[in-house]
Design a protein around this ligand. Sequence first.
Ligand code: ATP
Ligand code: MG
Length: 384
Amino acid sequence: MAPAPGPPPRNPFRPTFGVSPTVLAGRSSLLTAFELGLAEGPGSPYRALIISGARGVGKTVVLNELEDTALRQGWVHLRAYPGPEMTATLVRTSIPELLDTLGSPTSRRMLTGGSIAGVGSVTAAADPAHRAPEPTLITRLREVARILAPRGAGVLITLDELQSADPGHLHDLATAVQDLMRDNHDIAFVAAGLPAGVADLLQQQGTTFLRRAHRVDLAGVAPAEASRLFADTAESGGRTMSAEAVAEAVRLSHGYPYLMQVVGSMTWAQANLQGADALTAGHVRKVSGPAIERMGLQIHAPSFQGVTGQQMRLLYALAELSPDNGPVRTGDIAARLGLAPNAISMAREALLRRSLVVVPSYGHLQFALPYAAHHLLAHPHLRP
Ligand SMILES: Nc1ncnc2c1ncn2[C@@H]1O[C@H](COP(=O)(O)OP(=O)(O)OP(=O)(O)O)[C@@H](O)[C@H]1O
Ligand SMILES: [Mg+2]
């Protein structure tokens, strides 16, 4: 008797956010440069990085990879969380916990409820009359750096969703990082966020240091990398994906990381439904509609929230002039709206700032993400 068939192999694609993929596509030059920057010493521009990119392009995944890169070199890492308590959480919780794992005597005293809250307060401890000053981000980070220095290691601080950070807290953090760098400590800082939010924050007072940080504009991945991603991910899950299926999936997903995972995941599911072992071009074609729809729900729908009527009219004109998301002359958009070209310049600027459109070449506009035109045309109720 033939053995009963086991359950189908688990889907190796990750059609979600913030979860590292089974196979990472692209990004190797950034990771290599960062690795070298940590090994190089203070002064490497890769020790202060600001990563910007559209929703779902892979910012959080890159941050995770950079953290892993640092850990492999013996560095420690701290995550800052944007929000009303960003600085306080670092000073009162995250850094004391880190100090404790590093075996710092100061932190142990602090955590066991001693009255000395300060860092580096050994002499103060001997003299109870002499109260230690309140710890600050700088004093805390200096303590971390002092412990790590003899080990030849440093500390990496990461901040995701940079656009949601409070400018004052960002200033505290940037000042602390800059202060330690100036003293030749091994410290690195990497922040990631949506382009418009990052640009706004960098306009704020007190962010000069961040304005000098090395900027990385994260884009989708090249077709060769995308091909490798599909073939290798399927294989890691125990299935083959035919060359024709890979080519179809690459064409459909435009090298955009979130969509690559969605297309791969749905193709895998379709093969399950058809009881197939290998992933074929037929499976990919069968899921193309639902995959584009998922992209619309998860990426486009939220990104059009809060867009004004005038801006939406411009977007619909762009979509109608190029339903497959190609570049369109700005003059043609204005003409379609029955307006003079300069009458749409404010809406155009606002849409660029929101990263909904890009300027592919002089005098042209194009949607920033694949299938944006498709989404608008399929949802006429969004039209003002
Ligand atoms: N380089 C990559 N190779 C393969 N898959 C990737 C890559 N980067 C991201 N992904 C996949 O795309 C999904 C989206 O990535 P991620 O959550 O990092 O995007 P994001 O830019 O942080 O999005 P958001 O702006 O919504 O926070 C991830 O769950 C991951 O599976
Ligand atoms: Mg993210």
